[in-house]
Design a protein around this ligand. Sequence first.
Ligand SMILES: Nc1nc2c(c(=O)[nH]1)N=C([C@H](O)[C@@H](O)CO)CN2
Length: 126
Amino acid sequence: MDKVLIEGLRVNAVIGVFDWERQIEQPILIDIVMLVDTRAAAVSDDLNDAVNYALASEQITELTQSLQPQLLETLADRLAEMLLNNYPTVESVQVRVKKPLAVKSAQAVGIEIIRERHALLARSGK
Ligand SMILES: Nc1nc2c(c(=O)[nH]1)N=C([C@H](O)[C@@H](O)CO)CN2
């Protein structure tokens, strides 16, 4: 399956468990892999037939800044849910979210999840 990629999207946002983290914005690095058949877009050469990674990046930035969650797990799950809802041709989405400043001795800490549309549909009974 083809992939649409967003790599190293940097968003400043409130996120974290500790009191000091609730007082500041910190950078979050976001990587997205969306599995999607790109052949229709390739044939038509029309952005309307493609998953628009520029628009998706704006939607990811907006949600990340408005959510203000405690955990990276919550952020990743909500981003995956939003992308599957907004882009019906995407079959599955991989979301990696990292904090480069949270642990001094690490380059970054983070989590990665994969969410699949068919599992979403099975859960909702549709
Ligand atoms: N699995 C996780 N572990 C931790 C998280 C998290 O979001 N997921 N968050 C924190 C703190 O907020 C941390 O970033 C501050 O250093 C700790 N562990």
